[in-house]
Every structure is written in C-alpha cells, then in structure tokens.
Design a protein around this ligand. Structure first.
Ligand code: SAM
Length: 271
C-alpha cells in the first residue's frame, strides 16, 4: 500500500521512525546491500584516489568507520597498510567476506577491528586517518565529534593528516522526494530480482542540524512484485568541523575537497 511522505519540521519521532530498524543493524538490508547501493552512487566516485594521494607510498592508514571494506580493500590494493575499525558487526562481516576473496598479499595488509571511533585507542600512530563517506555525521556534533577528532589526533604523529568526508548542510536541508512511492534507486540483482530504495520520511531539525530519514529497502521480483520490505532509520548530524578539530589539535590543511556536489572531504593536519 502506498504510504505518504511525512515531511516534518523537526518534531518528535514518528511511528514509522520508531519502528524502523537502525541502519547497519544485524539483518538490515542497508548492511546486506551496502556495496550494491554504494557502487551505484556516482556521487562517491573518486574518493579512494583522494585518500590515496594523502598518504606516503606504503604508509599506514587508519580508517574510522570502514564498513564493508570498500576503501579498506582498495587502499590495501594500492600498497597501503590499512586498519579498518567499525562499530557495526554486520558491516564488519561484509568486510571479512571481501578480504577472504582478495589475493593473500593484499588481504595481509589489512586488519579489521570492531570499535567505536569516539573512544578508540590502538596505541600506535598512522600516517593518515580517514573517516570516509559521512561516517562522522553518524554521531552527534558536540562531544561525539570532539572525541572522534581526539581519536584522529591520538593516532597521528605531528604533521600527520586526517581526512573527514562530511555532507553539505544545504543538501541535508533539502526536502524528500515529491513522490515517496517512486524509488530513488532501482538496482538489478544478479538473480533477476531488483533492489528498490525509497525515502519514506525525511526531516531536518535546525539548530542541532540533525537529518532523520526512514529509507525503505525493498526486494522485488522480475514482475515488480515486492517480496520483502525493510524500513531503516538513518540519522545524520552536520556542522562545521573546523573549530572542534582545532580543539583536538588539528588544523585545516587545504580548502575542502568537493565530492560529487553533496559533500566535502576536510583535510586536517596534526599540529
Ligand atoms: C557510510 S558507511 C562508510 C563505510 C566505508 N568507510 C565506505 O566509505 O564505504 C559508515 C560506517 O560508519 C560506521 N560507524 C558509525 N558510527 C560509528 C562509530 N561510532 N564508530 C565506528 N564506526 C561507526 C557504520 O557502522 C558504517 O559502517
């Protein structure tokens, strides 16, 4: 049955939002189909090249929020030593699968760890810390951002770089699609079925700059019949990273690098 788009202005939690599974939770389709959806998103193209250019050849990279290992594996393939940390077991399971399919010399350059970037201490320095594809936006601005910048500082030697990819505020403020029953993505699956993605709710709360969304994943058969639906809740927090990064000892190294017009990679240097 068609469901109406609820465009709210930062009010309380809707029933749909309360019922939705958190993004990347065990059994979520956001985790199961992360690679498929991300590969189809042209706005992310080129991020690996940007991160690779920030580290010395063969250098050590710490990836905060490594997810399914998309960049972890790619950077290891380019000769870097990469430690990937993620809080979600379902995402790390995907990363493990990806590693298992890699040539042993590349997989041997990767270590995966379950952990929280706001409190991580691996007690070793890296040449580069990266926090790609809106990972920092998954935690509230304020203490969680301050602690994540402190994590980056803790894992760098003086002069080392840290790169944070953040969504743009003006994009986060945009309303959801006019027709919530029209998928924003429709991706063929190898077995002939299709993966559809709908934006069911989207609301932005000014002041705390929080975007809340209910994104519904649906699997449809070749005839278009929906076989499975999974509404999942994705929350982003946006803000200017320069002041909180400076408090943690990170200074902006260059103008933010535009990626796909929806976000920027902010590169900081440890003072
Ligand atoms: C959009 S994905 C990015 C994955 C990967 N870096 C990429 O670019 O494809 C965001 C990831 O951040 C992870 N994440 C969210 N909060 C986290 C936290 N506090 N500590 C570690 N990982 C976190 C999520 O579990 C998810 O895998």
């Amino acid at each position: 049955m068609a469901r109406a788009l609820i465009a709210r202005n930062g009010g309380g939690t809707s029933a749909a939002m309360a019922k939705a599974k958190p993004y990347y939770a065990a059994g979520s389709l956001s985790a199961a189909y992360y690679d498929l959806i991300t590969d189809a998103d042209v706005r992310l193209r080129g991020d690996e090249d940007i991160y690779a250019a920030l580290a010395p050849p063969g250098g050590a990279i710490l990836e905060l929020g490594c997810g399914s290992g998309r960049l972890t594996a790619g950077l290891a393939g380019r000769g870097f030593q990469v430690v990937g940390v993620d809080i979600a077991a379902a995402m790390l399971a995907q990363a493990e699968q990806r590693l298992a399919a890699l040539p042993p010399d590349i997989a041997g350059r990767v270590a995966l760890r379950r952990g929280d970037m706001t409190a991580l201490d691996l007690k070793r320095p890296f040449d580069l810390v990266i926090c790609p594809f809106f990972t920092l936006a998954h935690v509230p601005t304020g203490a969680a951002w301050a602690n994540t910048f402190a994590t980056a500082t803790r894992h760098l030697s003086a002069g080392g770089l840290a790169a944070f990819h953040l969504p743009r505020l003006e994009i986060m403020r945009l309303p959801g699609p006019k027709d919530p029953d029209r998928p924003v993505m429709d991706v063929p699956l190898p077995d002939g079925r299709r993966l559809l993605l709908f934006v069911r709710e989207r609301s932005f709360r000014e002041g705390i700059n929080r975007l809340e969304q209910v994104l519904e994943y649906a699997i449809a058969d070749a005839a278009g019949r929906v076989l499975q639906r999974s509404p999942e809740r994705l929350t982003y927090y946006v803000g200017d990273p320069v002041a909180p990064a400076a408090k943690a000892g990170l200074t902006l190294d260059r103008p933010p690098i535009d990626l796909g017009g929806v976000g920027d990679i902010w590169v900081f240097r440890k003072i």
